[in-house]
Design a protein around this ligand. Structure first.
Ligand SMILES: Nc1ncnc2c1ncn2[C@@H]1O[C@H](COP(=O)(O)OP(=O)(O)OP(=O)(O)O)[C@@H](O)[C@H]1O
Ligand SMILES: [Mg+2]
Length: 255
């Protein structure tokens, strides 16, 4: 049984008194626009997503949100990371960024911490959550990594009861905390469908001039429609000299 309550109590009250491991060992990756360039165009687009989530009129604010997309490399991890930073930089929202891409853990390269144990090792009973939490330079943002090494059976791990209890308990216990979940692409895996059952809301990333319409529609047909909060158009225009501005996010609420 995962000892999540205890771990989250520590996360809640002693976040900077030694519970999560000090994470970053170097400058964070340039793709974390919300951190490096909070006033850039891209950061502004991310803030719009945050605003949309926080002010949904037709439903209660979703606290447990997964970021997914149809195919690889559409920008899920970058969107999830920037959105997590954006919410954590708000007035009093704490954020737990949970990496559920057990096949290809990648957050460590954005936030510059050594490959670290996480969900995979917790489910296998080798670690507790408190041992895995990673502190970031962003005051209210903590990371729960996927795995130190990709496991051989990621889907089975995600289907396991421990995974359900991790996501469910994180969401229920801390109503003041956002949980942003980075996932693998829908078409490459069954993982996002398993996770979709456990979250309050889903954001689907679409990469401009990259994602095929048929793939996008297929992914929408798989996900529970009522949970889709909207899509993020992760686009790229043609301003090569503007390093941080030529790739941009647009937010589209299709529903
Ligand atoms: N908005 C963006 N600005 C700059 N580069 C981007 C942007 N979106 C994606 N990229 C580039 O595309 C690569 C893939 O992005 P990312 O890792 O976020 O995609 P992903 O959907 O999480 O991929 P995977 O399916 O493999 O997990 C990044 O390493 C980055 O180089
Ligand atoms: Mg990714």
């Amino acid at each position: 049984m995962v000892e999540i309550s205890k771990a989250l109590d520590k996360l809640n009250t002693h976040e900077h008194k030694g519970s999560p491991k000090a994470g970053s060992t170097g400058p964070l990756d340039d793709h974390l626009y919300m951190y490096h360039m909070p006033y850039s165009y891209t950061a502004e687009q991310i803030r719009k997503i945050r605003t949309h989530i926080l002010h949904l009129s037709e439903r209660s604010v979703p606290r447990v949100i997964m970021i997914t997309s149809a195919v690889p490399s559409e920008g899920k991890t970058i969107v999830a990371s920037n959105l997590a930073i954006s919410i954590a930089k708000g007035e009093d929202q704490h954020v737990l960024l949970v990496e559920c891409d057990l096949r290809k853990p990648n957050l460590y390269s954005l936030f510059k911490y050594p490959p670290s144990p996480g969900i995979s090792e917790i489910i296998q009973g080798r670690f507790q959550i408190a041992d895995c939490l990673i502190k970031t330079p962003i005051e209210k943002l903590t990371i729960l990594p996927a795995a130190k090494e990709p496991p051989a059976n990621p889907s089975e791990l995600l289907e396991s009861k421990s995974m359900s209890s991790i996501i469910a308990e994180v969401g229920q216990r801390y109503s003041d905390r956002f949980v942003i979940i980075d996932t693998p692409p829908i078409q490459a895996t069954v993982d996002p469908k398993i996770l979709a059952d456990q979250v309050d809301g889903i954001i689907v990333v679409v990469r401009h001039r990259y994602t095929r319409e048929s793939d996008f529609k297929m992914s929408l047909s798989i996900l529970p429609r009522e949970k889709i909060l909207g899509t993020v158009l992760n686009a790229q225009d043609e301003l090569p000299s503007k390093k941080y501005r030529y790739r941009k996010y647009g937010y589209h609420n299709y529903y």
